[in-house]
Design a protein. Sequence first.
Length: 443
Amino acid sequence: MKKKENEIQVKEIDMIREAFHYQSRFAGSVMVFKIDFPLTRDPSFSYVMKDLALLVKTGFKVVIVPGAKERIDAVLRQYRIESRFALSARITTESAMPFVLMAAFDAATCFMTGLSGDQVDAVIGNFVRARGMGVIDGVDMEHTGAVDRIATESVERILRLGITPILPCIGWSAAGKPYNVQSDEIALAAAAALGASKLFILSARAGRGSSRCAVPEGGRLTPSEVERILAGNETGGRFAEELSLALRAVKAGVERAHIIDGREEGAALRELFSNLGAGIMVYADEYEAIRPLKSADIPAVLRLMEPLFQRGNLVRRNGEQIREKKDDYVVFEIDGSIHACAALHLWGAGQGEIAALATDPAYTAMGLGRRLVRYLLDRAAREELKRVFVLTTRTNDWFEFLGFTESSLESLPDAKRRQYDHRRKSKVLALTLDRACPSPTVP
Ligand SMILES: CC(C)(COP(=O)(O)OP(=O)(O)OC[C@H]1O[C@@H](n2cnc3c(N)ncnc32)[C@H](O)[C@@H]1OP(=O)(O)O)[C@@H](O)C(=O)NCCC(=O)NCCS
């Protein structure tokens, strides 16, 4: 009984550590929340607002972009104004515009109200400079506009005051004329202009379930994976639009975009404060150039390593030995050729070894080595390793800079210790992977 209680306590403490880790990592950074209108009508909405209020109160800079499509549809239907669409945007006619304005501000007010209930100051503002879409392929888009720019200085000033800006789906021209602008476009422009670290796309729909898009389990997608999914998806639909928005955001410099079912309680918090994540994440793939080793790469890898074998930096291995451990290796490819490589060997008992790390001398000091180590530490975390070590004769300073510390021969797994070459006198350096934040931040 006591043991069980202890286990629960340790789990809770781990969760607290994890939350602090992510809080310190992201606090002060801008997060843009694009939230679909139907979520405001869902019973979960009050929890979503409570979570957003909590984020603001703990130092996150939250920007809200309310989606209003369904609200505009409903208002136009109520006033018997027909909606026509072109280029996947609503053609906002002269007669529709007053109702679009009404619906847009109505949707924005839902968020104002929600935040007021949680004592968070918010302001609905004219932060979007827009221009009319004009006549495209013979279709006059009338009062439908595109984002010209976001008034970043104003938004940032408001954020510094601890006030949450709400950007309705309206933009104003330099002359003050209002345009109906798609909220996806506003969220994208705001996230990019404000240097947001995250864009959350919250809907009242289960992301994967509602689409025929093939999204792999795990829900972590690189931009090229999203491109492949979108290319193979002819059905379109809202989820494909969300994926495309996430992709564009990441390409515009946003670190991560998350597509989340807002009805899942605490989904945004889980995404922010834990390793578990929620929904589907599209992330800027700094590892895009890193990939697993293929058999055909072995000659190039040996060529890369040869001078290091000769200088004694690396223990000599042949093609057959690399092939045997092929899955442990990753390579860094630039413009179709390999310029660095490394391996993570698993030794059991929660220990892994980073080995065979080599950077092409023409490509040193460009961060390739560091990124390979970071990649392998991420892999180690996924393998739930507790400790990663490295044996080195000349790079101890470099590994220490990355957070490794000198360790003893005795700390190595038995099998590795038996293989230790006493003539080489390699130093042992190791890094402990904390349970709460398993992939340490390598500089
Ligand atoms: C160590 C090594 C992998 C670093 O690769 P890299 O791609 O140049 O690494 P990064 O670009 O991430 O880091 C470069 C920085 O580390 C420094 N650095 C490189 N080798 C170093 C060493 N042996 N000791 C201390 N610092 C070193 C560079 O001066 C540079 O510093 P700067 O950023 O201030 O300019 C590369 O030098 C190499 O291939 N060494 C020989 C093989 C080896 O010893 N492997 C480790 C055994 S497994």
